[in-house]
Design a protein around this ligand. Structure first.
Ligand code: NAD
Length: 487
């Protein structure tokens, strides 16, 4: 018997798994609470185990042949219906995501939820356009084809769960794979709503499944299952190491989008006001953004002016309830995460780094942490070298371009970077010298969905986006035919 739906700000959400087109409860549950008010219990969510994982894999395996046999255009038509349904339900999806994860409601309503619809539209069209390379050599015709790979397990993190899960689910379904999505235990609700919409759009039972639960429990069971043919993670490097072992054991292709510690470079020839505004804007979802340029690196001659402007924009930030349009800084997601962020700043203080702004909770109750700026004593400081994933930026200066690039490349991460400069030549030189999957120049977070996306070093393995994700979710085949046969 499915569990009753739970009313969350007037939206009915199922706390169960979604397997083979049906709602499936678990005997055990875990609590989901709202970061907007930690006393607000949202739901008791099904806590999957090895049996749940098995049931989901069985459903995904049995639905695979029919879904894979459909043409990309036919699958695309279903995904277009799903995209339209998402756009029809923006208000409900935005509210649930806001209450569950704490993200700013207005930005979800205006951009974030629609971006999920765009993910499905983009992949519905792209998969249908694929023609494959073909050429002649050695008296044969060579034709490259994509074959759907099989059931894919998709594991997502708690920050931006809607955007990140649709970003990963869309190419998997468009490529002809069946999917088991395991959302993070701190923000499980929008995945449940996505399951409802897939059913309404006509995605056949078993093609898209959602399994709720704890990473080390049901997540580990899913990624360890030999019937799974693709694993795609967005999360931390620590989790990637575990999943990578399981993927290696079963010889399954694995892609991982992981943490970041992006540099935010500001050169003296830059529009300092624009740079300062963008830098301070990074506090908005409480800095819980993997792509953020958390290390402000500013050319010496303009450092004082930049910091003054940065202060002006930071002072304009409004902490508060994410449902209010006037709020610009959201709470952190969970008390454990708040303590983790606090721990970083406390250790920085103790080690001799200078906390020049913030560095404490906004108020006794609630999960807000003040926008914080730390001037480290050295580039080796923990706060410079490790991802904090909160509203904490560091500030350092550089003398010249060479030192700027050296500092930019001086962490183990390589997800993204931001460069502010007024010179096109410098933009190309510095942009090319930075080791990162994405470098933005004079802008931030603008993304073309067909561009490759991912990280270098401990920020990830593989690339998603556009054809890169469709290739990942396919087995490429070369069909080589003797030309006499085709004449
Ligand atoms: P996490 O690694 O703790 O968890 C991610 C997911 O993995 C969760 O669903 C979790 O339940 C699951 N998981 C944990 N252990 C597992 C295991 N042994 N087997 C299978 N699944 C397991 O990450 P998080 O704390 O949820 O998210 C924050 C991290 O994600 C940060 O490092 C952030 O930078 C990163 N992130 C990266 C991107 C990107 O695009 N590169 C985007 C968003 C977040």
């Amino acid at each position: 018997m499915p569990s009753p739906r739970v009313e969350i700000s007037s939206v009915a959400v199922s706390p169960d798994h979604f397997i083979g087109g049906k709602r499936v409860p678990s005997d055990r549950t875990f609590e989901s609470r709202s970061p907007l008010d930690w006393d607000w219990k949202l739901a008791d969510i099904a806590r999957g185990d090895a049996l749940t994982a098995d049931a989901a894999v069985v459903a995904a395996v049995s639905a695979f042949p029919d879904w894979a046999a459909r043409s990309p255009q036919d699958r695309g038509a279903v995904l277009h219906r799903l995209a339209d349904l998402i756009d029809d339900n923006i208000a409900d999806l935005a509210m649930v995501e806001c209450v569950d994860m704490g993200m700013l409601l207005e930005s979800l309503e205006k951009r974030g939820i629609h971006r999920g619809a765009e993910n499905f539209r983009n992949y519905a069209d792209l998969a249908g356009k694929y023609e494959g390379r073909s050429w002649s050599s050695k008296g044969t015709d060579n034709r490259v084809q994509r074959m759907p790979a099989g059931p894919a397990v998709i594991i997502t993190p708690w920050n931006a769960p809607w955007i990140l899960s649709t970003w990963k689910v869309a190419p998997a379904l468009a490529a002809g794979n069946t999917v088991i999505l395991k959302p993070a235990e701190w923000s499980p609700l929008s995945a449940s709503l996505l399951a409802d919409l897939t059913a309404e759009a006509g995605v056949p039972p078993g093609v898209f499944n959602v399994v709720q639960g704890i990473g080390e429990e049901v997540g580990a069971a899913l990624v360890g299952d030999r019937r799974v043919r693709r694993i795609s993670l967005t999360g931390s490097p620590e989790t990637a190491r575990h999943i990578g072992v399981a993927a290696a054991r079963n010889i399954v292709p694995f892609t991982a989008e992981l943490g970041g510690k992006g540099p935010f470079l500001v050169f003296a020839d830059a529009d300092l006001d624009a740079a300062a505004r963008k830098a301070a804007g990074q506090y908005d979802d409480a800095g819980q953004v993997c792509l953020a340029g958390t290390r402000l690196l500013v050319e010496e001659g303009v450092a004082a002016e930049f910091i003054e402007l940065f202060g002006v924009y930071t002072d304009k930030q409004v902490l508060g309830d994410s449902r209010s349009p006037s709020t610009t800084v959201a709470p952190l997601i969970h008390p454990d995460h708040l303590r983790r962020v606090e721990g970083f700043v406390e250790r920085a203080r103790e080690a001799g780094d200078r906390v020049v702004r913030g560095g404490e909770r906004w108020k006794e109750d609630g999960l807000w942490y003040l926008p914080t700026l730390v001037e480290p004593r050295s580039n080796h400081s923990e706060i410079v070298q490790r991802e904090v994933f909160g509203p904490v930026l560091t500030f350092q200066t550089f003398r010249d371009e060479r030192e700027a690039v050296e500092l930019a490349n001086s962490t183990e991460y390589g997800l993204s970077a931001i460069v502010y400069t007024g010179s096109e030549e410098r933009a190309l030189r510095v942009g090319s010298a930075i080791r990162a999957g994405t470098v933005w120049v004079n802008t931030f977070l603008v993304r073309d969905l067909t561009a490759p996306f991912g990280g270098c070093r401990i920020s990830g393995i593989g690339r998603e986006g556009g054809d890169y994700a469709l290739d990942f979710h396919s087995d490429l085949k070369t069909l080589q035919i003797l030309q006499e046969t085709t004449a």
